[in-house]
Design a protein around this ligand. Sequence first.
Ligand code: FAD
Ligand code: MLT
Ligand code: ZN
Length: 493
Amino acid sequence: RWAHSPVAALSGLNTVTEEDLAHFSKILPSSAILSTLTPSATPPAELEPFNNDWMNKYHGRSTTVLKPRTTQEVSEIVKWCNQRRIGIVPQGGNTGLVGGSVPVRDELILSLANMSKIRSFDDVSGILVADAGCILQSLSDFLVSHHHIVPLDLGAKGSCQIGGNVSTNAGGLRLLRYGSLHGTVLGLEVVLPDGTILDQLTSLRKDNTGYDLKQLFIGAEGTLGVVTGVSILAAPAPQASNNVMLALPKFENVLPLFKETKRQLSEILSAFEFMDRTVYDLAVKHGQGRALDPADVEGADCFVLVETSGGKREHDEEKLNSLLESLMEADEPLINTGVLATSPAQFSALWAIREGLTEAVSKEGKAYKYDISVPLHKFKEVVDRTKEQLRQKGLLHDDAVKHVVGYGHVGDGNLHLNVVAAAYTPEIEAALEPFVYELVASYKGSISAEHGIGVMKTHALQYSKSPTSIEWMKKIKALFDPNGIMNPGKVLP
Ligand code: FAD
Ligand code: MLT
Ligand code: ZN
């Protein structure tokens, strides 16, 4: 087990000392240094939000959080840490779901929260350049008056930062329409593990000048450097957006429905999000969005939220209405009902149900979250087989596992399998792992569709990556970070 222990990655690394703090106080004002080691020591409780992750599942014991304001300050801090062999955990909004954003032991936390300036926006090209610490929601708000949108949206938008989004290669709710950050991020500014500033913050749509280094940092989860600036292609704001919540009598209808929806809505389809009945009920129980009328929910086995975004309201509404009519009038209808938003408030309320699922699940209990890519027709099988596994182990009851639920981004083949337990226990974990990973591998899927590897899945990387891939990932890590200071214990086994 030691070989797989993330703590092993910290051997040879030093912890922060008073001498280090004296150096940091030459770089940063005292307000940007939180440390239990300073003469005017920060109370440990103030460090808690930085040491514990969003799920309260992963816990670090860092004594020191630094909050630089500029790329130059980041560079000086990282350079010192490299010379002194101090582990660094870059931290954005700390909304990550795989334990990547908190220390495994007592590494220094480098928070990007004070780097939140928008550097430029060009409303002809749509290119936005921003500090890595900008909160996603604040970028969206900024773009409203410029008639553009960020090509990324997710339930954590009020807290997550664009640098964190890039570092996790977050997928989210708009990937179906706008693609992944590997396409929409045009440039990055990164502080490398030796403190060098790599300025690749270009604003060019096209740039075929050899290796595209920035791609390495998209999804690197802070293991190769600290992202300090992001250049991203914003999309023109749609002139009209509509959504409808469809209630389905059985899961088997999801795929034919997706096919038919794509066929009829074609270029205006912008989201196709799935949730099973159990997780919908949890959302309602925990006050996410507004519950649908009981008549609309009756007999529903699962739901799909469809969104359209287009250039002309009448045209889009006509298409959506004719889709609904054809679905309802078919000899064997694929849906029971469809609840169409008729006002901006209703539009937001329907999205709030979907975006609130993560919070609902975490209010219900302790969630084991498996974020997987599997063939669409296997979504239900994965949930059912996981339930069966837990039942066989005698763990499917209120004192152990309360619910096994599925939701996710059908359009992207990404299922969120969530096992909601009364507590995190070794018995439940042993029943789920490697069971879930083996199941995913048997479908040739991915053990991490969009949340990343973090500390949670380092030992499971082999289920989705070949030994050759892992070997070359390790070589890349060693090349950039020979002293292993950047987010030790994360991503690589
Ligand atoms: P953090 O959690 O702070 O960090 C995440 C990782 O990135 C860590 O490894 C950290 O070290 C590293 N990192 C952060 N900032 C930097 C930086 N500037 N430079 C280098 N490394 C850095 N994810 C999805 O993909 N799709 C979703 O739909 C989605 N929805 C979510 C909904 C909720 C309610 C929550 C809580 C999470 C959701 N997530 C989703 C997971 C999460 O990956 C995203 O919230 C987000 O991308 C993380 O950004 P953050 O700023 O909070 O990063
Ligand atoms: C989502 O799609 O809601 C996010 O990825 C978060 C989650 O999996 O709970
Ligand atoms: Zn997701």
